[in-house]
Write a protein that binds this ligand. Structure first.
Ligand code: ZN
Length: 198
C-alpha cells in the first residue's frame, strides 16, 4: 500500500482490520474520510475513542452501556421478574427490535463450547445465578439453536432447576445453526410465544 504513502496506508490497514471490511471497502472509506470536512473527521475519531473509553457492561445484565445500569434494566416499565438469556448484545438487539418482549435480559457473552475450550466459567453464568437470588418468575433461554447454544441451554436449565424457578426455551422456529440476529422479527416473536418449559 506504499503507493499511497504511509499515512493513508495505515488508515486503510486499520479499517480493513474491522470485521466485514475488505481491502476495497477500506480504501473507499479511507479516501472518503480524508476528503471529509475536518470537523466531521474529528467528530468520527472522537466518537470512536469516546465510545471505547465510556462504554462498559451494564452491572445487572451485562449488555453494553455508558451508564451503570442500561436503559432496559433501569426502566420501571419492564418486568424485572422475567429474564431472557441471550448469547450476545446483537441477539438482545434482535429481540428488542420485535418490540414484543417486556422482560429484562442477561447477556452471556458467549456459549459453552467444549470444542473451542469455552467452559461455563468463561461466560456470564455465575452472574446470572447471582441475579436469580432476587425474585424471578421465569428464565427464558434464547441461546442460538446450534450445538453450542443447545449445550448452553441444557447446562443452564440443569443449573436453575433446583431453585424452582420456571425455565423455558424459545421454540425452534429459528433454523438450526441460525443466529438470532439474522432471524426476522416475526420468526423471533413466534419462537418467543411458543416457548416451552424445559
Ligand atoms: Zn442492563
Amino acid at each position: 500500500m506504499d503507493y499511497y504513502g504511509k499515512k493513508i496506508g495505515s488508515l486503510i490497514e486499520e479499517l480493513s482490520a474491522l470485521p466485514g471490511i475488505g481491502i476495497k471497502t477500506a480504501q473507499r472509506l479511507a479516501f472518503y474520510i480524508v476528503n471529509m470536512p475536518k470537523e466531521r473527521a474529528e467528530a468520527l475519531a472522537f466518537a470512536i475513542t469516546d465510545a471505547k473509553n465510556n462504554v462498559h457492561y451494564c452491572k445487572e445484565c451485562f449488555t453494553l452501556t455508558d451508564r451503570e445500569l442500561c436503559p432496559i434494566c433501569s426502566s420501571e416499565k419492564r418486568n424485572h421478574r422475567q429474564i431472557m438469556v441471550v448469547e450476545n448484545v446483537r441477539d438482545l438487539a434482535a429481540y428488542e427490535k420485535t418490540g414484543e418482549y417486556n422482560g429484562v435480559y442477561h447477556v452471556l457473552h458467549g456459549a459453552i463450547s467444549p470444542m473451542l475450550g469455552i467452559g461455563p466459567e468463561d461466560i456470564k453464568l455465575k452472574e446470572l445465578m447471582k441475579r436469580l437470588q432476587s425474585d424471578t418468575d421465569e428464565v427464558i433461554i434464547a441461546t442460538n439453536s446450534g450445538l453450542e447454544g443447545e449445550t448452553t441451554a441444557m447446562y443452564i436449565s440443569r443449573l436453575i432447576k433446583p431453585t424452582g424457578i420456571k425455565v423455558t426455551r424459545i421454540a425452534s422456529g429459528i433454523p438450526v445453526g441460525g443466529d438470532l440476529e439474522n432471524t426476522d422479527e416475526v420468526t423471533l416473536k413466534r419462537a418467543l410465544d411458543a416457548r416451552t418449559e424445559i
